[in-house]
Design a protein around this ligand. Structure first.
Ligand code: GRF
Length: 197
């Protein structure tokens, strides 16, 4: 059983998918702590509803980047986190956390990296860019996080078709459903030793 520490800034549907699978017994892991930089994140409300310890940690609550990084490390370690799971986390991860969890920080990206990654490529902007480029296929990438944005080792990818008449919103919905499956699959494969970190 792996202990997951989830970082999320937004609504938290990926967090919810992990909680649901854990409660249903289909995930070889448990969300033990949720941290958000955004005090009004839906993800924190989801943690609260499931009685999972949660924290609002940001530059505002911690003072500066180095103190924020240290607080994140301390919180993850105090809760016995094995894997740090970024699920819609809109900030860079600090060097201290990356050092404390080498090859143990995962992110999910709503496109087939290395395409449609990097600065400015988040949320609905990714799907807008995919449509603007006339792609016929998009998808999801789960990758390790390192100090270079969206450039860590790719652990898994799954494709989704782009349909005629798609809007960024319709594409986002199709891709999000795949995100919810693939993140759990990757975590299960890590737990089973099929993916080595
Ligand atoms: C997802 O599309 C994820 O790939 C991206 O941010 C979004 C988060 O969605 N990194 P949610 O908050 O999990 O619903």
């Amino acid at each position: 059983m792996l202990n997951l520490g989830v970082l999320a800034s937004g609504g938290g549907t990926n967090l919810q998918a992990l909680i649901d699978r854990s409660e249903a017994g289909t995930l070889a892991a448990k969300v033990v702590v949720v941290i958000s930089n955004n005090s009004t994140a839906g993800a924190l409300e989801r943690a609260r509803r499931h009685a999972i310890p949660w924290y609002h940690l940001s530059r505002a609550t911690c003072g500066d980047e180095a103190s924020l990084d240290a607080a994140m490390c301390e919180t993850m370690q105090r809760h016995g986190v094995d894997l740090v799971i970024l699920a819609g986390y809109m900030r860079p991860v600090g060097p201290g956390l990356l050092h404390a969890y080498p090859n143990r920080v995962l992110n999910i990206h709503p496109a087939l990296l290395p395409k449609f990654g990097g600065k400015g490529m988040y949320g609905i902007h990714v799907h807008e860019a995919v449509l603007a480029a006339g792609e016929k296929t998009t998808g999801v990438t789960v990758h390790l996080v390192n100090s270079e944005y969206d450039r860590g080792r790719i652990l898994a990818q799954r494709t989704a078709p782009v349909m005629p008449g798609d809007t960024p919103e319709s594409l986002q919905k199709r891709v999000l459903a795949i995100e919810h499956e693939i993140y759990a699959d990757v975590i299960n494969r890590i737990a089973a030793g099929e993916i080595r970190l």
